[in-house]
Design a protein around this ligand. Structure first.
Ligand SMILES: O=C1O[C@H](COP(=O)(O)O)[C@@H](O)[C@H](O)[C@H]1O
Length: 247
């Protein structure tokens, strides 16, 4: 990865406040430089507190609302009101009270019965709405990401074929028995983004963080280690998640 930048915060609360400040600043920068900010949200437990903060008036008034276009980095094939829906979580924590029109929010619809078509539809949406780089890859201004204890990011799981996907911008993933099918942005899209912001909290992530940030990629890199970012990558960790890094 290039331009690696890692910040360690005392706890989840401090991490979320710092991330709210950074996300707000990056959205404002994109809006003033290019008129639009194409922002992809992460799901999972870590960003919920960030979204809740962004819904508060002090943060909300700083966001360039008319310029925001909101997308998702990954999604499970569940209805929006399902507890595992990334869109459902972002909607209840933030988007439901945001001054956005429906046309500014782009949930990643995923239905297990037509998952390939859903992937193609979301990729086509990205091609229509986002600027593209010289290789034709849609370019986000900012993608928020998390890191699972197993090293997955977005829904790029270790040892799944999606890690080799270079020609489709959105792909289906089946993480394993008992799991929902998912859709995810693929590595070329993460790599083309202007900014990637990883938010990682909790002691269960310490091993994955130490491996991704503290060791060379080696022969069997974790999904997050495979990202050859063309833009800037920033890691916001809490002290527990950073616990395996050398001081
Ligand atoms: O499965 C997922 O997990 C990752 C990490 O989530 P967290 O709960 O450990 O914060 C998340 O980034 C991704 O969007 C989600 O679908």
């Amino acid at each position: 990865m290039t331009h690696l930048d890692c910040r360690i915060h005392a706890d989840r609360e401090a991490l979320s406040r710092a991330a709210a400040e950074r996300v707000t600043a990056l959205c404002r920068q994109a809006a003033s430089a290019r008129g639009t900010c194409h922002l992809a949200l992460a799901g999972g437990s870590t960003p919920r507190q960030l979204y809740t903060l962004l819904a508060e008036p002090d943060w909300s008034r700083q966001l360039p609302w008319p310029a925001l276009q909101i997308y998702f980095g990954d999604e499970r094939a569940v209805p929006p009101d399902h507890p595992d829906s990334n869109y459902g979580m972002a909607r209840s924590a933030w988007l439901a009270c945001a001054p956005l029109t429906a046309g500014q929010i782009h949930p990643m619809a995923a239905d297990p019965g037509r998952i390939d078509l859903d992937a193609a539809d979301y990729a086509a949406l990205l091609e229509r709405r986002l600027p593209r780089n010289e290789a034709g890859v849609p370019v986000f201004d900012l993608i928020l990401l998390g890191l699972g204890a197993d090293g997955h990011t977005a829904s790029l799981f270790p040892d799944t074929p999606v890690l080799d996907e270079r020609t489709h911008w959105v792909a289906p993933v089946y993480p394993g028995p008992g799991e929902h099918w998912r859709l995810t942005l693929t590595l070329p899209v993460l790599e083309a983004a202007r900014h990637l912001l990883f938010l990682v909290a909790g002691a269960d992530k310490a091993g994955a963080v130490a491996r991704v940030l503290g060791t060379p990629a080696g022969a069997d890199p974790l999904p997050a280690q495979r990202i050859k970012a063309q833009g800037r990558v920033e890691w916001y960790l809490d002290a527990q998640a950073a616990g395996g890094l050398q001081a």
